[in-house]
Write a protein that binds this ligand. Sequence first.
Ligand code: HEM
Ligand code: HEM
Length: 414
Amino acid sequence: MSKNNVIRSAICHAIFWLVLGNAVGLLMASLLSWPECGRFISPFNYGRLAPVHLNVQLYGWTSVPLIAWLFYLFDLGKARTTLLAEIALWSWSIALGIGVYSWLMGSSSGKIFLDWNGGALWCFMLAQVILWIALFHAWYRGQAHWTFSGKWSRFAALMFLALVPLSLWISSSPDTYPPVNRSTGGPTGASLLGSSLIVIAMLLVLPRSIGIKGHLWQEKKLWMLWCAEFVAFILLEWRGGSHHSFLQIGGLALLLPWIWLIPRMWRDLTWSSAVLFWKNSMLLWWLILVLLGWLEFLPSVLDRMKFTNGLVAHSHLAMAGFTSAFVIFVSSVIGGERIARQFTSRAWYWHGAVMGYIIAMLICGWLEGVSYEWMSVNPFWRIMLYHVRFACGAVMFVVSIHWYVAMMKGNKRS
Ligand code: HEM
Ligand code: HEM
C-alpha cells in the first residue's frame, strides 16, 4: 500500500462519517418537521441524536481529513509506517463509533462538542495516543530526508499534539468549567477572533505544507499581521465585554481584511486545475462566513438572532459550508487528481442545498426574533421553512452517498 492509499483510506473514513452525520441530521430535521415520528424511534430521542450529529460531523467528517493532512506531512504510508497509519485511522473511527453508542445510550458530559464521557472518553484518548505514536514513528524514520527546519518544525508539531489528549480530558469535564456560561450566554468577540485566527493560521500554512509551487505574496508580513492580531485577541479576551462593546466589535472586525488577504496571498501559486473548483468554493464560503459572522455580532442583530435558528444557519454556514469546503479542498490537493474529480461531481447540488438550508434558517431566525409568539402558535412560515430545511438536507445526504460510492469504486480500481 502506498502513501496515496493511506490518504485515500482516511478520506473514505471521513466520507463515511459525513454520510452518517447527514443521516442523523436528516432524522433530526424530520423530527422537527413531524414531531409525531418521535414515537417510532423511542428511546433514541432528539436529545440523544443531537450529540451524535454534532460530534460525527466534527470528529469524523471534518477531523479525519486533517489526520490525512498529518499523514501527508509526516510521509506516512511509506514502507513500515503503513500498518501503523491504518491502525491509527481505525482506532480513531472505532473510538468515535463507541462515542456514538454512548450518546445514543444517553451518556454525555453535557458540553456541546465535548460530550465525551466515561469509557468513550478513555477510548478516544487512547486513539489519539495511537495516532501520536504513528506520527512519532514516521518522524523518527523520516527525519534523515527532511531539511533542518522541516525536521524540527514537525517535531514542534508533535510536541503540541502530545497535549491534545490531556486537554480533551480536562476540558470535557463539567468540573473544569460549566457547560453553559451563565454570565455571558455566549462567546466574546475576542474569543470568536481567537478561534478564527487558528483557521487563518491553517490557511496561511497550507500551501507550503503541501509543497505547492509559485510565489506566496507577502508571506512574512501576513504572519506578522497574524501575530499582532493574536496579541490583540489576548488583550481583548483579558479585558472582556459583550457584543455591546465597541472594542469587542472592533476586535472581531480584525478578521475582515483576511477575506481579501488569503486569496491575494495564494494568487500566484500554481494549483492543479482539478482542485480549483473547491479552492474557489472554499474562498467564497470564507467571504460569506466572515462577513455575515461579523454582521451577526452587531448588537441589534445578535440580540434578535440569539437562541434562534439564525445561529443554526451560522453553524451550517461555518461547518457545512466553509469547513466542509476546506476539508474537501485539502483532501483533493493531497489525495491527487482522481479524488479531486470525485468531489467535484455533484458539487453544485451540495452548494445549492447548503445555501438553501442557510437561507431558510436565517429567515426563520430573523422572524423568530420579532416576538416569541411562534412558540405557542407554530406559524405557517416556520412549518414551511422547516420543510425547506428537510428538503435541502435530503439533497446533502444523497450527494454524500454519491461521493462515498464513487470513492469506494475508485478504491477497488486502484
Ligand atoms: C470555521 C469557522 C467557524 C466555526 C466552525 C463557527 C462555529 C460557530 C458555532 C458552532 C457557534 C454556536 C452557535 C449556537 O450557539 O447555536 C458560533 C457562534 C457564533 N459565531 Fe461562529 N464559527 C466560525 C467562524 C466565525 C466567524 C469568522 C465569525 C465572525 C466574523 C463568527 C461569529 C459568530 C457569532 C457572532 C456567533 C454567536 C455568538 C453568540 O452566541 O453570542 N463565527 N460559531
Ligand atoms: C443532511 C444535512 C444536514 C441536516 C438535515 C442537518 C440538520 C441539523 C439539525 C436539525 C440540527 C439541530 C438544529 C436545532 O437544534 O434546532 C443541526 C445542528 C447542527 N448541525 Fe447539522 N445538518 C446537516 C448537515 C450538517 C453538516 C454537514 C454539518 C457540519 C459539517 C453540520 C453541523 C451542525 C452543527 C454544528 C449543528 C449545531 C447547531 C447549533 O447548535 O447552532 N450539519 N443540524
